[in-house]
Design a protein around this ligand. Structure first.
Ligand code: PLP
Length: 450
């Protein structure tokens, strides 16, 4: 007999057993959508899925059979918490392609980049401590920040990435309030979800601020190698004064997210504590996955697949940009990323994208509503669109369907309000001010000049 799960009665019975952090933790909008968008009839522009179909199956077969033949006992075994030595050599190789001269001793191998966000937050943040992040920020970081009951101050982005003058003003305000942030979280390359890239000048200023204030920065860089135009920029970690930068890397977008291998490179004292947190979390990263990466690196040049993936994503990005021009209303704006996997679109403010999603799903298309990228309810008229997960034809059709749903909503709004002039266009930059969400006290404060 099937039992109703999550009934009101069940929720009430169990709720009093939960820790405070389980009460305040916010789910990731992006993960919530995975189960809905899994339906084959839905064109999903919601996930951040790389095109794993393009990885040559015969290469995978050859890697897997070699590792089974030569290392079966080791790959079935536990390994060191910080990761296998040969694995760290592969990581050092990837980091050197990003212009970072890393020492394997400064690296901890993790279960995806996601675990880095969790372990760093767990290690540095007490309830009520402040983290600075971008506005919008990576939706997957939201459960980590909220579960450790952080106050998250979000700093607006523009086409050159995080607004460093707003960061400076915010740090000065926090100084006056006697608050020292625990770390600054940034995705400088092809930001998820914003699609924008931090300029060199802002990178230098951020690193300088970090060094002068002895403030840690978590540089999250899953997309740095996925550049389809423009000139590569140095990582924060590789800049002068980058010793306050903790670097998050991952194989998810340059090889496979299914293997769940990422890493943290960080100052030794931070790394030692993260290593203990990792012992508690999972003892060690998957040996099987590490052997897969190590054997693949020995058999093939990993850069070749990155080139293949970039060629695919560049076409898909262009298809999405073209479709947006054709199918979105003239009042909408969107970013034009030089790499990565996402475009951030902002609609007239009469449209709430969370409500719009229900209608889009009836039209069998999905996106991530902008609210998921904020901890304070902003982003209501924005959406994240992914262009890596489906081919050009599906992208164009998906954008067309979303455009149609938006058109329907605007028509309805005009009829209901009698407004026939163009609706108010969105503010271009997401926000010029900073806001803070207190998850510890479940109170919400807004700061700045909005
Ligand atoms: C900015 C950012 N950080 C971290 C992650 C997590 O990556 P991983 O699959 O390595 O856990 C993602 C995944 O999409 C991401 O976009």
């Amino acid at each position: 007999m099937s039992r109703q799960r999550n009934s009101k009665h069940d929720i009430e019975r169990y709720a009093r057993l939960f820790a405070q952090r389980a009460h305040v933790v916010k789910s990731s909008a992006m993960r919530d959508m995975m189960s809905i968008t899994d339906r084959p009839e839905v064109i999903s522009l919601a996930g951040g899925l790389p095109d794993t179909k393009s990885f040559p199956p015969e290469l995978l077969e050859s890697v897997m059979s070699q590792m089974a033949r030569t290392s079966s006992a080791e790959l079935l075994q536990y390994g060191p918490t910080e990761g296998l030595a040969a694995m760290k050599e592969c990581i050092v190789d990837v980091m050197s392609a990003e212009g970072i001269d890393a020492d394997p001793d400064d690296v901890v191998v993790t279960t995806g980049g996601q675990q880095v966000i969790d372990l760093v937050t767990r290690t540095l943040v007490d309830p009520g401590d402040t983290i600075i992040a971008e506005a919008p920020t990576y939706p997957g970081a939201v459960p980590s920040f909220s579960s450790f009951q952080a106050d998250v101050v979000q700093i607006g982005l523009d086409d050159d990435g995080m607004k460093i003058d707003v960061l400076e003003e915010t740090l000065a305000r926090l100084d006056r309030e006697g608050v020292t942030p625990k770390f600054i979280y940034t995705i400088p390359n092809f930001q998820n979800p914003g699609g924008v890239t931090m300029s060199l000048e802002r990178r230098r200023r951020l690193v300088k601020i970090a060094r002068e204030r002895e403030l840690l920065v978590l540089e999250d860089n899953p997309y740095g190698m996925l550049r389809y135009g423009g000139e590569p920029l140095p990582t924060l970690r590789s800049l002068d004064g980058g010793e306050f930068v903790m670097y998050l890397g991952t194989f998810s977008k340059i090889l496979s997210p299914g293997i769940r291998v990422g890493w943290l490179e960080a100052p030794a004292p931070v790394l030692a504590k993260v290593n203990i947190a990792k012992q508690a979390a999972d003892l060690c990263p998957s040996s099987l996955s590490q052997y897969l990466v190590m054997t693949y690196f020995a058999q093939a040049d990993w850069r070749d697949y990155v080139k293949t993936a970039c060629a695919i994503y560049e076409k898909r990005r262009d298809a999405m940009l073209g479709a947006l021009e054709r199918h979105f209303p003239p009042e909408a704006t969107w970013t034009r990323p030089e790499g990565g996997l996402f475009i951030w679109a902002t609609l007239p403010d009469v449209i709430n994208t969370t409500d719009l999603l229900a209608k889009a799903l009836s039209a069998n298309v999905a996106f991530v509503p902008g609210e998921g990228a904020f901890l304070d309810g902003r982003g209501r008229s924005s959406m994240r669109l992914n262009f890596s997960g489906v081919d050009e034809t599906m992208i164009v059709e998906g954008v067309r369907r979303i455009g149609e749903v938006i058109g329907g909503q605007l028509d309805l709004w005009r009829k209901m309000t009698g407004e026939h002039r163009a609706v108010r266009p969105p503010v271009k930059a997401e926000d010029a001010s900073a806001s803070v969400t207190s998850l510890a006290g479940r109170k919400l404060r807004r700061a700045g000049n909005e």
